[in-house]
Design a protein around this ligand. Structure first.
Ligand SMILES: [Fe+2]
Ligand SMILES: [Fe+2]
Length: 480
């Protein structure tokens, strides 16, 4: 095979890999709700089979493996673009829960086998079944779908192209790892709290620690990652974003390391009480009725109650309870819940409240035309809404996310169009950027991105562009 053909092949597989992940995660989601005989499942299965067949036309098998936080299809790494991130991480959790490192679909696999397989795979959410997954599949006469146990896989086993191996980790790559671990970990904490009625604070502390470490080391890529808005996993990314932004602000306010860790936990758990709100009210796209609003407005109290159920008593527990209870109260006491007696938001609650609003404003919302940009979010918080917030903490927000927060697209005096990827706390006007368009109108090649770490001193932003004004898929670039 020539080098060119090889490169073609690799690109082809990487592309098919993304589609495969999306189809597989959709199929698993459907299998959770519907029986395999149901039309909804059948439809998803056809979509999934179409991709499998397409790969099998060219290759001996479809081998999907997960190693060291990456998926590989027949040895080629599948890029975690923004459009597949949700599937990427939910599948990773699905595999992990079943102690599966890979799935192989062999020539000859058909619909009947796929149906039986997914019935068993779905049931293997139960650890008792997961333990005997391979034997159960053999008993069900499934011969063309083979599971590979997680423990058996090493990166070298699955990579076809050696140049594709993860390089020396950059700060951004490290930050991404910490970020997605925190998202998956938060999901576990929330799902577990659903069963026990209370969150595992120790676990939350473990997740927050690496975030505190990066920020203490002045590595701010992790703050830039809060600009990623993952639709599928939004509930959990929101918690992690609020934790990161809170820690960033806390550091600007000079809080000591231990307090930053407690603040991170409080940020992570601030919306825990939403578990007590019915799902259809939480996800309702339009405006809420009075009764639904009343349910929604109980989440601060419910959250504080859940945290209070932890055995023992500790500072982090009290801080988290207050952050749950007070994050919608507002600095000027115009929010909820209403309290009869004299009451002021704790410092941590004031920090969490601002982190929460900043992240929520930029989130995807079914009822708005497009999500607001992080720059617009800053304008809202610093504009008429500022009376709701502690001015010192608002200042800390600007210091930690910069005047042009990650996700903002800027036109500069030198004629460049750039995407802000991380803040630069030493100079809020000159963030870390990726060039989208050069002054001559050309875009830098995708495989050799032009990065400004940070924006050069001689240049400056002259205009903030709105999403309507540029074509670049900034979400994919932020996730890259
Ligand atoms: Fe909330
Ligand atoms: Fe929130």
């Amino acid at each position: 095979m020539s080098a060119n053909e090889h490169a073609d092949d690799t690109a082809h597989l990487a592309e098919a890999g993304g589609t495969l992940l999306l189809r597989l995660s959709a199929l698993l989601r459907t299998a959770r709700t519907y029986d395999v005989s149901n039309q909804a499942f059948q439809r998803q299965m056809q979509e999934f089979m179409a991709v499998v067949r397409r790969v099998l036309d060219e290759e001996d098998e479809v081998a999907l493996a997960v190693v060291a936080d990456y998926f590989y299809l027949n040895g080629v790494r599948i890029k975690a673009h923004a459009s597949v991130l949700g599937a990427y991480h939910s599948l990773m959790a699905d595999f992990e829960r079943r102690q599966v490192g890979g799935l192989r679909f062999l020539q000859g696999v058909d619909e009947a086998e796929i149906e039986r397989f997914f019935q068993i795979f779905q049931a293997a959410e139960d650890p008792a079944i997961a333990e005997h997954l391979a034997e159960t599949l053999t008993e069900a006469a499934i011969t063309n779908i083979v599971t590979v146990p997680a423990a058996d896989l090493e990166v070298d086993d699955v990579t076809r192209d050696l140049s594709d191996q993860p390089k020396q980790q950059t700060e951004r790559a490290r930050a991404k790892k910490v970020f997605w671990r925190a998202v998956l970990g938060t999901k576990k904490i929330v799902l577990r709290a659903r069963q026990t009625g209370r969150p595992d604070l120790r676990q939350a502390k473990r997740l927050v620690q690496p975030i505190v470490d990066s920020i203490m080391k002045h590595e701010y890529s992790i703050v830039g990652l809060t600009a990623l808005k993952d639709h599928d996993e939004y509930t959990y990314t929101h918690c992690v974003n609020v934790a990161i932004l809170s820690i960033g602000m806390g550091q600007q306010l000079g809080l000591p390391r231990q307090t930053l860790a407690d603040l991170g936990v409080a940020g992570l758990l601030h919306d825990l009480g939403k578990m007590a709100v019915p799902g259809d009210v939480l996800r309702k796209p339009g405006s809420l009725s009075d009764e639904e609003w009343a349910m929604m407005r109980r989440h601060p109290i419910e959250g504080a109650l859940m945290v209070s159920r932890m055995p023992g008593m500790s500072v982090v527990m009290l801080d988290s309870m207050r952050a749950c209870l007070e994050h919608h109260m507002n600095y000027n006491r115009t929010g909820y819940p209403e309290v009869e007696m004299e009451w002021g938001q704790a410092t941590m609650s004031r920090i969490v409240a601002i982190a929460d609003c900043f992240d929520a404003i930029t989130a995807h919302r079914a009822y708005s035309k497009r999500p607001r940009t992080p720059f617009e979010a800053l304008q809202i918080l610093l504009g008429p809404n500022r009376v709701n917030f502690d001015p010192a903490v608002l200042w800390a927000l600007v210091k930690s996310v910069g005047l042009y927060p990650a996700g903002t697209v800027l036109q500069t005096a030198s004629g460049h169009v750039v995407l802000v990827t991380s803040p630069n706390p030493r100079d809020g006007l000159r963030p870390v950027c990726r060039v989208l368009v050069r002054p001559d109108g050309a875009a830098p090649p995708e495989d050799a991105p032009e990065l400004w770490e940070p924006m050069p001193n001689g240049d400056r932003a002259i205009r903030v562009l709105l999403p309507e004004e540029y074509k670049a898929k900034t979400a994919d670039l932020l996730a890259a």
